[in-house]
Each structure stands twice: as structure tokens, then as C-alpha cells.
Design a binder for this molecule. Structure first.
Ligand code: NAP
Ligand code: 8YV
Length: 309
């Protein structure tokens, strides 16, 4: 098959292998002069494999037909420009729901029971001098979920099974869910012990977890962000955590990944994770397979599996 496609960053090995078996794959990130390469070769590129495509790249690929991204979030793709240029965009939903939900629960238990600190406490020999102290449980507490979607629902059912009271906030109330709906995020934060953030990134959710929401969650409240860093007012988060006006935070995502505000490193009421939500062999293989399947569907003239544009 002589279809030429472009990567602009490395992908999972199994995904790259599958792509190379079917397509002529060019890796822009390995080119010394990327602009020069695009000028010479850009017109031959019909697809982009992977996330993070902005208008400038689309303009350099005049025959681009589809962007098959790796991940369910597509806030790092200029979908408006893609739509205007009739470029299809696909993502990788559902295959990662359980992995992200499991990490979320793990981060919550780690924060509530200070599991990372306990490990260091033992390793550093401090137990020889006495116990580590008492912390808190999830059972019986109220968790507010911002974004009761595919992943949010998997988080909700796990936390309900752990005897938490689940409530949620979104743009609209959902039928057939056994959880109380809040139409104001600040009210939900005020009534919750935990706030789990799992809504999409992008302009519509930028800093939706504002200073006011964080203050409503309060000094006994815990924030969990497994969505995108941009949903939270990060400077306010750091300040409130430092001043003990927010009880704690478990964070898998940050505004300027992989840079993380260093003030967080000194806080023992914070658990930090390097954007690991979908980072399991099983899930990442499934995401890669879905990326390839969407390309195959497109070039076979068949309906896409998971289109977003
Ligand atoms: P989804 O099924 O589309 O669910 C998104 C939820 O967010 C929906 O319930 C939606 O409810 C709500 N929502 C959307 N826009 C909103 C807004 N402006 N204000 C309030 N609520 C809003 O998406 P998903 O598959 O669960 O994935 C969610 C996000 O998780 C992804 O976009 C990605 O950013 C993130 N994620 C992170 C990781 C990680 O590694 N940490 C991995 C996978 C995904 P309404 O329509 O009722 O508002
Ligand atoms: C990333 C994610 O895609 O799916 C998403 O939206 O945030 C993650 O699964 C993954 O970290 C690959 O970079």
C-alpha cells in the first residue's frame, strides 16, 4: 500500500509496528529540518497518526485527510481548523475507562491513607521510633464528580462500591444514573469531601475549578484531578494547599506537563502522578490498535470507529 502518513512524535512500539506494516510512515520528529522536509514531502501525506496537531501543521499538509489521535482527550488538536479543512479527527475512547478509573481510586486511597509517605516512613527506619499517625477513610464520605462521562461513570461505580456517597456536576442532568445532580459546581464542592475532576480539557473548562470552588471544598476537602491540568486554577491550588485552606490533592495532570509547580513537592497532603491514567500495557495496546483501526477504516472507505470531527 503506498499511502504515506506522518508521525510528529513517537508512538507505542506496538502501534508503530502495526502502522509500518500497512503504510509508509514518515517521522517528522526525526528530521533535522522539519520545515524543509514538509515543503518537499508534505503534499504526499494523507494522514497523521498521534495527538497534538495544530493549524500550522495542517496548512503544511495540503492533502491531509485524517488525524487519528492516541488518547480520548483531543484538546491538543485544533478541531475547528480540521473541520474547516474537511479533515477527519478520531480519538480512542472507552478502551481506557477502567485504567483511568483504577488509577483515580488508587490516588484517592493513597492520599487518604498517606500510602506513599508510609512507604518512605518504613524505608527510612522511622517506624523504629514509633507509629506514623492516623489519617482518614473514604467510606461514608461524599465525592463530587465533575464530568460523569465514560470514565466518570467507572469512577462513580467503584467509589459507590466503597461506600462513598456519589454526586455529580455537568452541563446537564443525566437520566438513569443513581447519583444526585448539582447544577452549580461551587455548591457541589461545598457539600463534598472529595472533588474528582474528569471532564475534557479545552477553552470551555479552563479553570472551571476556580479559587472559589477550591475554597468551597475547603480545609477538610480533597481535590483529585485526572482530567487535564487546565481545568484547575493551578496557582490558587498551590496557594490554598500551602496555606492549609485545602485539605489535600491527588494530581495526575498539570498545566505545563512535565513541569510541576515545585511548591507541591514539599507538601505531605499531596500525591503526584506523571499523567499515568491510561499507562498500562493492556490499555495502551488497545489505544494503539484503535488508532490504527480508525486509519484502516478511513482508507477502506468504511465508517470511522470513534470520530470526533
Ligand atoms: P466523556 O465521556 O466525554 O465525558 C466528559 C464528561 O464531562 C461528560 O459527562 C460531560 O457531561 C462533562 N463535560 C463536558 N464538558 C463540560 C463542561 N464544559 N462543563 C462541565 N462538564 C462538562 O469523556 P471521557 O472519555 O470520560 O474522558 C474525559 C477526559 O478525561 C478526557 O477528555 C481527558 O482529558 C481525560 N483523560 C485523562 C487521562 C489521564 O491519563 N489522566 C486519560 C484519559 C482521559 P455534560 O455533557 O453533561 O457536561
Ligand atoms: C494520554 C490521556 O492520551 O487519553 C487521554 O486523553 O490523557 C492519556 O490517555 C496518554 O497519556 C498518551 O499520551
Amino acid at each position: 500500500m503506498t499511502i504515506e502518513i506522518l508521525q510528529t512524535g513517537p508512538l507505542l512500539a506496538s502501534c508503530e509496528k502495526a502502522l509500518a506494516e500497512k503504510y509508509i510512515v514518515h517521522k517528522l520528529h526525526e528530521q533535522a529540518d522539519r520545515n524543509a522536509w514538509l515543503k518537499v514531502n508534505g503534499a504526499r501525506i494523507r494522514a497523521h497518526a498521534g495527538s497534538g496537531v495544530q493549524a500550522k501543521l495542517m496548512n503544511a499538509l495540503p492533502n491531509l485527510e485524517i488525524i487519528s489521535s492516541f488518547g480520548v482527550g483531543y484538546d491538543n488538536i485544533d478541531t475547528a481548523t480540521a473541520k474547516a479543512k474537511n479533515i477527519r479527527v478520531t480519538n480512542t475512547p472507552d478502551v481506557l475507562n477502567d485504567a483511568v478509573a483504577e488509577l483515580t481510586v488508587g490516588l484517592m486511597i493513597s492520599l487518604a491513607r498517606r500510602i506513599p509517605q508510609g512507604d518512605q516512613f518504613v524505608r527510612n527506619g522511622h517506624w523504629l521510633n514509633g507509629g506514623m499517625g492516623l489519617f482518614s477513610e473514604l467510606t461514608g464520605k461524599t465525592v463530587g464528580i465533575l464530568g460523569l462521562g465514560r470514565i466518570g461513570k467507572e469512577i462513580a461505580c467503584r467509589l459507590q462500591a466503597m461506600k462513598m456517597r456519589v454526586v455529580y456536576y455537568g452541563r446537564s442532568k443525566q437520566d438513569n444514573v443513581p447519583y444526585t445532580f448539582y447544577d452549580k459546581l461551587e455548591d457541589m464542592a461545598r457539600d463534598s469531601d472529595w472533588l474528582v475532576v474528569i471532564a475534557p480539557g479545552g477553552k470551555s473548562t479552563e479553570s472551571i475549578v476556580s479559587r472559589a470552588v477550591l475554597e468551597a471544598l475547603g480545609p477538610q476537602g480533597y481535590l483529585v484531578n485526572v482530567a487535564r491540568g487546565t481545568l484547575v486554577d493551578e496557582p490558587a491550588l498551590v496557594e490554598l494547599l500551602t496555606n492549609k485552606k485545602l485539605g489535600g490533592a491527588a494530581l495526575d495532570v498539570f498545566v505545563e506537563e512535565p513541569k510541576v509547580p515545585e511548591a507541591l513537592f514539599a507538601l505531605d497532603n499531596v500525591v503526584l502522578s506523571p499523567h499515568q491514567g491510561s499507562a498500562t500495557h493492556q490499555t495502551r495496546d488497545a489505544m494503539g490498535a484503535l488508532l490504527v483501526a480508525n486509519l484502516d477504516r478511513h482508507f477502506a472507505g468504511e465508517p470511522l470507529i470513534s470520530p470526533v470531527v
